[in-house]
Design a protein around this ligand. Sequence first.
Ligand code: GRF
Length: 202
Amino acid sequence: MTLNIAVLASGRGSNLQSIINSIENGYIKDAAIRVVVSDKREAYALERARNHGIDAVFVDPLSFSDKDQYEGRILEVLDGYDVELLLLAGYMRLLGSNIVRHFKNRIINIHPALLPSFKGLHAQKQALEYGVKVAGCTVHFVDEEMDSGPIILQKCVPVFDDDTEDSLAERILKEEHQIFPEAVKLFAEGRLNIKGRIVLRS
Ligand code: GRF
């Protein structure tokens, strides 16, 4: 059986690319990305999808009267693909409860900080300004709060005195490209069990 994956992405899509590559090279088995949906017409993620023969759909938030209508359309698109796992790969919006409930425990996000520190936007900048000596990234299941669901994997990197937001983001991104595919692989193999906030690996 092939796991049907959908991806929501707003930007350049390097994390999407890491999942595409991991499926194509056999690291993640028995899984396929069926569709990539973006809230940005120009998102390079859509182009990456097309380059790999994956359906790419732009849903314009501005053409709906509110968030529920907008997300209702996204749900309609996803339902057309029998989606079993939804990945947020640089999707810059907070998911509403309809989507979260529809895919309960089947939505995974990548965040460029060691949660629960530095939730939300500009996480790397927040980390630098706070003065932490270790930063990193987190892959987690999505619940109805922002960047708060059960943690699947984390990876840390050092912070250097001369780091800029860009240099730190780049160091973290390399690790994102490792742990996001690893988490998807674990999910696809049925090896993630959620007990309250705790994710156990078998
Ligand atoms: C990544 O840093 C991810 O952790 C965050 O947004 C960025 C997206 O990068 N949520 P990309 O579009 O995957 O290249």
